[in-house]
Design a protein. Structure first.
Length: 61
């Protein structure tokens, strides 16, 4: 396994990649979500996994 890149190395590597920022309100609390697109993940799979986790958590309530 290779060494884990430092924050500075990652900033340099991805500095030209798109970044999106938006404010989302959940239960009256505002959250700033900053997305850094690196092209290394299947976004559909990530969103599906997050949605499934949230659905399971909601069923526990």
């Amino acid at each position: 396994m290779g060494k884990k890149p430092t924050l500075e190395e990652m900033k340099k590597k991805y500095e030209m990649m798109p970044i999106e920022s938006r404010i989302t309100e959940i239960d009256g609390t505002s959250y700033t979500v900053v997305s850094h697109y690196t092209g290394e993940k299947d976004i559909d799979k990530v969103i599906r996994n997050l949605a499934e986790k949230q659905a399971y958590e909601d069923m526990k309530k």
